[in-house]
Design a binder for this molecule. Structure first.
Ligand code: SME
Length: 317
């Protein structure tokens, strides 16, 4: 029994994801992506046009030679770019302005490739049959091209005193921004002094923004466990109080299962339940400026983490 197109896409997703994950050069990624799609589905032409100088320029592809430049709004590719959504063409002869790079092409799909909020390329696939593409191709191809430029992601780690925790996460490759502040408490815009009373409910926390292409959430969570004592309630090092409790706070529901897996691994290796919160982010307030990058500003300042952990994290990448 032959497997359905949807099952084929589903099986390909993790393979494609790992194929792209190990490479940061977009041309190399587009080249392999064209190859795997063309090979698996036997399309006639599979490839990318990249947005360059306000036009589409031919990029990596598989199949016969193709036209090299397409203007904004022209052909199926230029129309999908201008309309900013996927276009399925069941019969190319019925599409006004279709650009026939090859007379063999009968149907086509063009999927925009987004980088944050901007279209930077389109994926174009041609078939020698009519009516090849439908909503299933649209759904999976959109997901596949989204792997090319995964957006920046955010996660919040409470790890005791936030001075050392920020210094640690800043050293992790793939972390592009950090700030310290107060997480999941009961008052708005608390000051450090207020949080220090231990009555506002907030915990000291580092907001970490990262590129999942370079460092995954699972890796970040594993690293987090290198700087905390997960069995110590409301105390890390000499710092005591609910403001020094440990926790991981997420905004995306899909992050929960990833973090949970790492928590479970830790629990198994320690053989006991962790005393670390794992909760949706309710609020985060940035701390006063003098707390930001505190140990850069005050290299001899107080730090509850040992200096060897900073050396270790620097060397691991
Ligand atoms: N048919 C496309 C042009 C590119 S080739 O199909 C490879 C279009 O109309 O934009």
């Amino acid at each position: 029994m032959s497997i359905s197109k949807e099952e084929k896409y589903k099986a390909l997703l993790p393979i494609i994801q790992s194929l792209l994950e190990d490479e940061t050069d977009e041309i190399a990624q587009m080249a392999n992506l064209s190859a795997i799609l063309q090979q698996e589905f036997g399309f006639w032409w599979t490839g990318f046009y990249r947005v360059m100088d306000r036009q589409l320029v031919l990029g990596p592809f598989q199949g016969p030679i193709a036209c090299t430049r397409i203007a904004h709004g022209k052909g199926v590719c230029g129309t999908a770019w201008a309309a900013a959504h996927t276009i399925i063409v069941p019969d190319v002869e019925q599409f006004p302005g279709h650009i026939a790079c090859s007379s063999e092409s009968r149907s086509e799909i063009v999927v925009p490739v987004w980088r944050n909020n901007e279209i930077v390329a389109v994926l174009d696939i041609d078939s020698r049959e009519l009516n090849t593409f439908d909503a299933i191709d649209e759904k999976y191809l959109e997901q596949i091209v989204s792997f090319l430029y995964p957006e920046e992601q955010d996660i919040w780690f409470a790890a005791g005193c936030f001075w050392g925790a920020q210094k640690f996460f800043k050293l992790v490759k793939g972390v592009i921004f950090t700030e310290v502040g107060f997480v999941n408490g009961n008052t708005e815009n608390p000051t450090y002094k207020e949080v220090y009373t231990d009555t506002t409910g907030h915990a000291e926390c580092v907001h970490v923004r990262y590129l999942p292409k370079v460092v995954s959430l699972a890796e970040l969570t594993q690293l987090y466990f290198k700087i905390i004592d997960p069995l110590s309630l409301n105390q890390q090092g000499e710092d005591k109080g609910t403001r020094y409790r440990t926790g991981v706070y997420y905004k995306n529901d899909k992050d929960l299962s990833i973090i949970k897996t790492i928590f479970e691994q830790e629990e198994r290796s320690l053989g006991t339940k962790l005393l670390v919160e794992l909760l949706p982010l309710q609020c985060f307030y940035t701390a006063e400026e003098y707390h930001q990058d505190y140990l850069d500003k005050n290299p001899n300042g107080y730090c509850h983490l040992s200096s060897s952990i900073f050396e270790w994290v620097k060397q691991r990448q």
